[in-house]
Design a protein around this ligand. Structure first.
Ligand code: NDP
Ligand code: GDR
Length: 364
């Protein structure tokens, strides 16, 4: 039985990956941070669903800022594969916590690589590093591929750039099977509530169920290449199953503005929006509603801009070139953007409906 160790197991990707690897027969170990509240909502069902859960799914307390703890866990687990997904992953927040982000997202990756090297596991353990399309930052060329130069635009991206290169360096210096997946934005009903797609689908669900009036947003002009997290975690696994270690871009090749994502989400419930004004003056109002169950007042302002969501430096345009991952990994995503939007909108409508009816909320 193969053993996998996942950092960031309580996050969006960690939760899907844990389930995916358990289905493949792996023994899955995850590192989670101690928290004053429960922080395992995304993975709680894995305990319930699996009869032999105690044996095949184990959590260890740990933190990417703590080398000795990482060395101990890796020594204990002796993993065949490590997926380093743990990170402070919010780009805007990284401007508020740059030093912490450098430590966890950047040096945290070095700590994992060093632990594997110190423990003499370089031949046994394969390492996946969660790299990001944020590395491309200020547009140099599109679509962005494995050979496009980086120009990071946030403390998060700068930290991830260190993590990217230290992974490449350990691969070359110590012959380690260490790979970067340069993943473009991927979303799902498990997406953190403050990332833009989830903020929109959650805000929409709250609005149609009467919890809130207006959604305050940042820059609606930026463009992202969005896929579904369920498809992307499969690509992570495929990267570690190759004969030789390499870096891969994982993307759809299609880019969409935030404004259009908002339009698509509202349209899923039969609500048409129109946008007027520019910059901080822009507003989105309801033009029509065609679904009797989800009515909003015609002309009502439902989208407004709050400059507090603007970033000091923005990444305007991301569009990935998935040629290599499609040809070499034979990666075939199952979700396109409309299917992703549908999945997220209806999951949030269900969530807030349960809340309204006072039913116990099945979070994810
Ligand atoms: P999430 O923010 O949902 O999850 C991040 C995970 O990292 C959580 O489990 C979190 O724990 C954990 N974590 C945070 N700080 C530490 C720390 N100091 N020590 C150990 N664990 C920590 O991110 P995603 O699942 O969306 O992303 C997974 C990885 O992929 C991240 O590294 C992200 O930067 C990267 N990435 C994500 C993309 C995306 O579109 N989703 C695209 C490209 C890269 P807790 O629950 O306690 O907060
Ligand atoms: P991103 O994702 O920064 O691309 O990083 P996010 O969803 O936060 O932002 C995408 C774009 O939307 C604009 N935006 C807003 N963003 C947020 N969060 N909230 C708003 O109200 C809002 N309004 C507009 C942003 O300015 C930005 O242009 C994500 C993270 O998962 C990273 O960890 C990962 O590496 C990259 O995707 C790929």
């Amino acid at each position: 039985m193969k053993k996998a160790l996942i950092t960031g197991i309580t996050g969006q990707d960690g939760a899907y990956l844990a389930e995916f690897l358990l289905d493949k027969g792996y023994e899955v170990h995850g590192i989670k941070r101690r928290s004053s509240l429960f922080n395992t909502a995304r993975i709680d069902h894995l305990y319930q669903d699996l009869h032999e859960a105690q044996v095949r799914f184990k959590l260890h307390y740990g933190d990417l800022s703590d080398s000795t703890n990482l060395i101990r866990i890796i020594q204990e687990v002796q993993p065949d594969e490590i997926y380093n997904l743990g990170a402070m992953s919010h780009v805007k927040v990284s401007f508020d916590q740059p030093e912490y982000v450098a430590n966890v997202d950047g040096i945290g990756t070095l700590r994992i690589l060093e632990a594997v090297r110190i423990l003499g596991l370089t031949e046994k353990t394969r390492i996946y590093q969660a790299s990001t399309s944020e590395l491309y930052g200020l547009v140099q060329q599109v679509p962005q591929s494995e050979t496009t130069p980086f120009y990071p635009r946030s403390p998060y991206a700068v930290a991830k750039m260190y993590a990217y290169w230290i992974t490449v360096n350990y691969r070359e210096a110590y012959n380690m099977f260490a790979c970067n997946g340069i993943l473009f934005n991927h979303e799902s009903p498990l997406r953190g509530e403050t990332f833009v797609t989830r903020k929109i689908t959650r805000g929409l669900a709250q609005m149609v169920l009467g919890y809130t009036d207006c959604l305050y947003m940042g820059n609606l002009d930026s463009k992202r290449d969005w896929g579904h997290a369920k498809d992307y975690i499969e690509a992570m696994w495929l990267i570690l199953q190759q004969d030789k270690p390499e870096d891969f871009v994982i993307a759809t090749g299609i880019t969409t503005t935030i404004r259009d994502f908002i339009r698509m989400a509202f349209a899923e419930l039969g609500i048409t929006l129109s946008f007027k004004g520019e910059g901080v003056e822009e507003i989105g109002t309801v033009e029509s509603c065609s679904n009797a169950d989800y009515q909003l007042e015609i002309g009502k302002k439902v989208i407004a801009i709050d400059p507090k969501y603007f970033r000091p430096t923005e990444v305007d345009l991301l569009i990935g070139d998935p040629t290599k991952c499609k040809e070499q990994l034979n990666w075939k995503p199952k979700y396109d953007l409309p299917a992703l939007v549908k999945d997220m909108v209806w999951a949030d409508v269900k969530l807030f409906n349960e809340k309204r009816q006072g039913d116990p909320i099945e979070m994810y």
